[in-house]
Ligand binder design. Structure first.
Ligand SMILES: Cc1cc2nc3c(=O)[nH]c(=O)nc-3n(C[C@H](O)[C@H](O)[C@H](O)COP(=O)(O)O)c2cc1C
Length: 190
């Protein structure tokens, strides 16, 4: 494999085109965010990196709260829209036909149509340059009951989640392994 070398750039893929809800009541908003991830397991911590020029930036700074709503492929058009238009001018819930649902631990809403929402409380705001990172505790997770199997296990593979890679949207496809499968002993056939 021969490689070309470029200067450093923000190129990790795939990332989630997450639909982040923030703000309260009539001021609630949705911003699409790709710069997000898990940074700690216990306590569960996440981050979103948001440009200070975004309307959502002020909403999150004021309330210290947001929810990360995972985006299924069926919502990718709405996710793209929420990543183009600003809530300063447009009510994105109305324009996209999306609905607010009550969070269990936050004052801001979660997204009714999302199969899984992480309710987040900001612990630190870290200015990084173009973006500020909101580091947050994940204080609750809201899961669509339809994603639980008979034993109560989460089957996220059934959510049809979308992925974002270098400006393009994809739908997650074929399962090609499970955690630890590379070292699992194979059952001997008798
Ligand atoms: C797929 C996608 C990913 C995005 N990721 C981010 C991000 O991580 N951080 C950010 O500040 N803006 C991101 N944006 C841009 C914002 O979503 C966009 O500027 C949005 O209109 C801001 O809305 P607001 O002004 O209502 O907050 C992304 C847009 C798209 C379409």
């Amino acid at each position: 494999m021969s490689k070309v070398v470029w200067k450093g750039g923000a190129l990790i893929a795939p990332v989630p085109p997450a639909m982040v809800t923030c703000g309260e009541g009539e001021n609630a908003n949705i911003i699409t965010v790709a710069w997000t991830g898990i940074v700690n397991t216990q306590p569960p911590k996440t981050y979103i990196s948001v440009r200070p020029s975004r309307h959502s930036y002020e909403l999150i700074r004021q309330s210290g709260e947001f929810a990360i709503n995972l985006t299924p492929a069926s919502l990718v058009r709405q996710a793209d829209f929420c990543g183009i238009y600003t809530g300063r001018k447009v009510n994105k819930f109305e324009k996209c036909g999306l609905h607010k649902a009550d969070a269990s631990a936050l004052s801001c809403p979660i997204l009714q149509e999302s199969p899984l929402s992480l309710e987040c409380r900001v612990t630190d705001v870290i200015p990084l340059g173009s973006h500020h990172m909101f580091l947050a505790d994940i204080v609750a997770v809201d899961v669509d009951e339809a994603l639980l199997d008979d034993g109560g296990k989460l089957r996220l593979d059934r959510a049809g989640l979308a992925a974002f890679a270098h400006g393009e949207y994809f739908e997650l496809g074929k399962k090609i392994g499970t955690f630890g499968f590379s070292v699992k002993k194979k059952h001997k056939k008798r």
